[in-house]
Design a binder for this molecule. Structure first.
Ligand code: PMP
Ligand code: GLU
Length: 394
């Protein structure tokens, strides 16, 4: 009998994590790799959050928590949704999970049946497609390009909808393109969805605070969408807490309760110390972490300026998150340092081997024309990395 399930055999490895592991391995061999592959802030978790965690340990928080999160954490999340997003939820609509990633797993697990179609505007975050497929869903990719700032238009959405469409998943600010949907752009999508009242939306807002001035709108704040949007958020990015593993959702009650049921069989709930610390993160003003956002903005400007100086790199101006997603089709079909570049994967591998810079191929995000470069790295690393890239391709 076959050892591993068809399910796991047909799943791809997370390309972001795989590239980070490869960079780590090469570093272990003594190679001076600059890692711009992983979407992970290079800041320390702010002291006010660390202190809350230390306090929780000293206060002997060590037991299982309620499966969907501590009641006072859910209250803090409700306050945050109201304050930042104009969204009103009750505690039974909130579920705290082990990262936004588990929140997405829960949603797919409780909502998808075999053959349900899930619209994914491309480029999409690397794990959406595999999570959807794991639970029997069919990803329906909607291609966008740099010409529309990698955003899906209302016409494209309309054309992608079929009788089997169950949901649409998207992130704004977007990983990997950094694009932010304006209120007007969301309104245009909402106008289409208003004609299809059975379609649900997963709005992944984990980069909400990493926004360089365009302003953030939650799609659930449109009246037509509140009852059919699952708003996903978490603390990994804006609070530099990737390893603490806390994410959460605000959702229609039936969906939230179903996620609670699934999570009760999967993890029993998220880590208790991290949950206590996140109460503080959600309660304090986002201004407390603005110093990181300001720094990311400076780095965005820096890396854009440097990349635009290299022939063959075509970049949009990302309004949020900490990625650039240059179109690199200029290099396809060329031979660089004896290596034939056929696609974005070849190009990303070429950069790793010849420039010692780790990036991620756009293919993993449903866009084979681009590569993703994370600028959640120091100014010195960014300057050195782009210098090496420039030398390698010239
Ligand atoms: N959504 C997006 C768009 C992301 O970039 C990430 C990256 N980690 C996640 C979800 C998952 O985040 P978490 O660390 O909370 O699991
Ligand atoms: N979300 C981050 C990224 O896109 C972290 C890696 C992951 O969870 O896949 O790089």
């Amino acid at each position: 009998m076959q050892l591993l399930s068809d399910r796991i055999l047909s799943m791809s490895t997370s390309a972001t994590l795989a590239m980070a592991a490869k960079a780590r391995e090469l570093r272990g061999e003594g190679k001076d790799i600059i890692g711009l592959s992983l979407g992970e802030p290079d800041f320390n978790t702010p002291d006010f959050i660390k202190e809350a965690a230390i306090q929780a340990i000293n206060d002997n928080y060590n037991s299982y928590t309620p499966v969907d999160g501590y009641a006072d954490l859910k209250d803090a999340i409700i306050t945050k949704f109201e304050r930042d997003n104009g969204l009103t939820y009750t505690p039974s609509q909130i579920v705290v999970s082990t990262g936004a990633k588990q929140a997405l797993f829960n949603i797919a697990g409780v909502m998808l049946n075999d053959g349900d179609e899930v619209i994914l505007p491309c480029p999409y975050w690397v794990s959406y497609s595999d999570i959807v497929k794991l639970f029997g869903g069919l990803p329906v990719e909607v291609k966008t390009s740099i010409d529309t700032d990698f955003k899906m238009t209302a016409d494209q959405l309309e054309a992608a909808i079929t009788a089997n469409t169950k949901m649409m998943w998207f992130s704004s600010p977007c990983n990997p393109s950094g694009s932010v949907y304006s209120k007007e752009e969301l309104q245009a999508l909402v106008d289409v969805l208003a004609k299809h009242p059975d379609i649900y939306v997963v709005s992944d807002e984990i980069y909400e605070h990493i926004n360089y001035g365009k302003g953030h709108t939650s799609i659930a704040s449109f009246d037509a969408m509140y009852d059919r949007t699952i708003t996903v958020n978490g603390v990994s990015k804006a609070f530099a807490m990737t390893g603490w593993r806390i994410g959460y959702i605000g959702a229609p009650e039936k969906i939230a309760r179903a996620c609670n049921k699934l999570q009760g069989q999967a993890t029993s709930g998220a880590n208790c110390i991290a949950q206590r610390a996140v109460i503080t993160a959600c309660t304090e003003s986002p201004d407390k972490v603005k110093y990181m956002i300001d720094e990311f903005k400076d780095r965005r400007d820096l890396i854009l300026g440097l990349l635009n100086d290299i022939e063959g790199f075509k970049c949009n101006v990302p309004d949020g998150a900490f990625y650039v997603f240059p179109n690199v089709t200029h290099f396809f079909g060329k031979t660089l340092k004896g290596k034939k570049i056929n696609n974005a994967s070849d190009f990303s591998l070429f950069l790793l081997e010849e420039a010692l810079v780790a990036t991620v191929t756009g293919e993993a995000f449903g866009n084979p024309d681009c590569i993703r470069i994370s600028y959640a790295a120091s100014t010195e690393q960014i300057i050195e990395a782009v210098k090496r890239i420039k030398e390698a391709v010239s």
